[in-house]
Ligand binder design. Structure first.
Ligand SMILES: CC(=O)SCCNC(=O)CCNC(=O)[C@H](O)C(C)(C)COP(=O)(O)OP(=O)(O)OC[C@H]1O[C@@H](n2cnc3c(N)ncnc32)[C@H](O)[C@@H]1OP(=O)(O)O
Ligand SMILES: O=C([O-])CC(=O)C(=O)O
Length: 451
């Protein structure tokens, strides 16, 4: 038997071994996707890091949809972003401080903390060499592998004391930009034959500026690009304990494993097209719709096409419209609204209003398409999520699509670390270990000679 046939034969068995009747989930009261019947999440933990609000529970137990709110250590991100924007400065460093420590730094603390971050940004020679050797296509996989390798260069990799966790967290947050920028430059060099630049991070730059500098060199970006990237990073930094990647970090942390193993698992989760990888999916979908729709203002033409997409007849036949829908948010995702504001302003500046307006129309008609498809059975309102406008914003500041999901990781590493520290430091903590009911039959063992 050829190896291919053996693989085919084994994979055919999956048809029956993975078949689980839908009714059984209800019969055994299984919360599919850890979700209650009304689509709200099953409560599995308590946190003080972030809060994600999309609905209110009324006294009679029913749900009331509300405009989305996101709090970082109790502070509304709308307020954080708007005040930093108003002051025309960068603020990611103070958000890192806030999320890791629980309070906003004063001027001296921020200065010292920023210096500590800057001093930790450069990569070890060995790490640089192994990124060069990897030269892979997917930067998320290179990031995960590099993080796992950082274990080797850490003198106390398995130490889970508070101080060591904080040191490792700061180190990871500081090093992600260089890992991602180097991985991209090596990819560009090997895949597109362009000159290879490995720029040393500048100790006087913010994280956002350092990333742009390491990606593109000092003449490759403007002050506005730095501020836009900084705000986008603030917006993506944290999203409660229940989002798939943070929960993955909390689940793995609950075993007491090392920081690098746990963060690499979070990166793997974030890469998925239903989670952080959706920002890349939105870009491909937007490119596709720009081609497929003749008149970008024709609502009927777009509606017909979106209905085909939901019917699995068009685009990638997944039946999804990327950048739409959220497990918690109903009326709006506050981050999508902030990114949309940024996209509108940038589009005006860069003369790309037509594309912005088309994306905005896609948002409106896609929400309508998903809701109409559900009709009276719709349990929940859908809205645009954080991934709908982020890629368009990144593209307008000249960043290549290969780094979009990695940029999400470059921000969310902060939330992951804050949650890991919490998971390992509250009293009465316990390994996370839910249950799966086995619905298979009991089978008698048959010895090899009798099979
Ligand atoms: C950073 C982030 O992770 S943000 C999310 C990024 N992901 C995407 O943009 C991918 C597209 N969106 C989706 O797949 C989903 O909306 C998710 C995965 C984000 C959330 O999924 P869920 O929590 O299961 O959504 P929710 O419970 O609100 O589902 C409501 C219904 O609308 C449907 N729906 C929700 N979003 C979409 C969508 N974008 N396209 C088609 N149908 C959708 C769901 O299939 C569900 O149908 P069902 O009741 O028959 O199961
Ligand atoms: O909360 C979620 O399920 C996904 C999300 O938006 C995020 O992690 O930013």
């Amino acid at each position: 038997m050829k190896n291919e046939f053996m693989i085919y034969k084994l994979s055919e068995t999956v048809k029956s071994t993975c078949k689980i009747e839908s009714e059984l989930f209800e019969k055994f009261n299984v919360k599919r996707g850890l979700r209650n019947a009304d689509h709200t999440g099953v409560l599995v933990g308590l946190t003080t890091v972030g809060d994600v609000l999309g609905y209110e529970r009324l006294e009679d137990g029913s749900l009331q949809a509300i405009p989305g709110k996101l709090l970082y250590r109790g502070i509304d991100i709308d307020d954080l972003v708007h005040s930093i924007q108003h002051e025309k400065r960068t603020g990611f460093e103070e958000v890192i401080f806030l999320l890791l420590s629980g309070y906003l730094p004063d001027k001296d603390e921020l200065k010292q903390f920023s210096r500590l971050l800057n001093e930790s940004m450069a990569l070890e020679k060995q790490t640089k060499m192994s990124i060069i050797q990897l030269e892979g296509q997917n930067i998320m996989n290179i990031l995960a592998r590099t993080v796992l390798e950082m274990y080797t260069y850490d003198e106390a990799p398995d130490d889970t004391t508070r101080e060591n966790l904080m040191r490792q967290s700061i180190d990871l947050v500081a090093k992600f930009p260089a890992i991602i920028a180097y991985a991209y430059n090596i990819l560009r060099h090997s895949a597109k034959g362009q000159s290879l630049h490995i720029r040393h991070p500048n100790e006087n730059f913010s994280i956002a500026e350092n990333f742009l500098y390491m990606m593109k060199g000092s003449n490759g970006y403007t002050n506005l690009d730095v501020r836009v990237l900084d705000l986008a990073m603030i917006i993506h930094a944290e999203h409660g304990g229940g989002n798939n990647s943070t929960f993955t970090v909390r689940v793995t942390s609950s075993t007491g494993t090392d920081t690098y193993s746990s963060i690499a698992a979070g990166i793997g989760s974030l890469k998925g097209p239903l989670h952080g990888g959706a920002n890349l999916q939105v870009c491909s979908m937007f490119e596709h719709l720009k081609e497929a729709i003749n008149d970008w203002t024709d609502v009927k033409e777009l509606d017909t096409y979106l209905a085909k997409m939901l019917n699995r007849e068009a685009y990638n036949k997944a039946g999804l419209i990327y950048g739409i829908g959220h497990a918690v948010y109903t009326i709006s995702d506050p981050r999508a609204s902030l990114l949309k504001e940024m996209a509108r302003d940038l589009a005006e500046e860069k003369g790309r209003q037509k594309e912005f307006e088309f994306l905005q129309l896609i948002e409106e008609r896609a929400i309508n398409a998903v809701m109409s498809r559900k009709g009276s059975k719709a349990k929940k309102q859908v809205c645009a999520n954080v991934d709908l406008y982020s890629g368009f914003v990144y593209e307008m500041i000249g960043l290549p699509k290969e780094v979009y999901t990695a940029l999400f990781a470059m921000s969310r590493i902060v939330g992951w670390c804050a949650h890991r520290i919490e998971e390992l430091n509250f009293d009465d903590r316990r390994i996370i270990r839910p249950a799966y009911k086995n619905i298979g039959d009991f089978v008698e063992f048959v010895s090899l000679k009798d099979r």
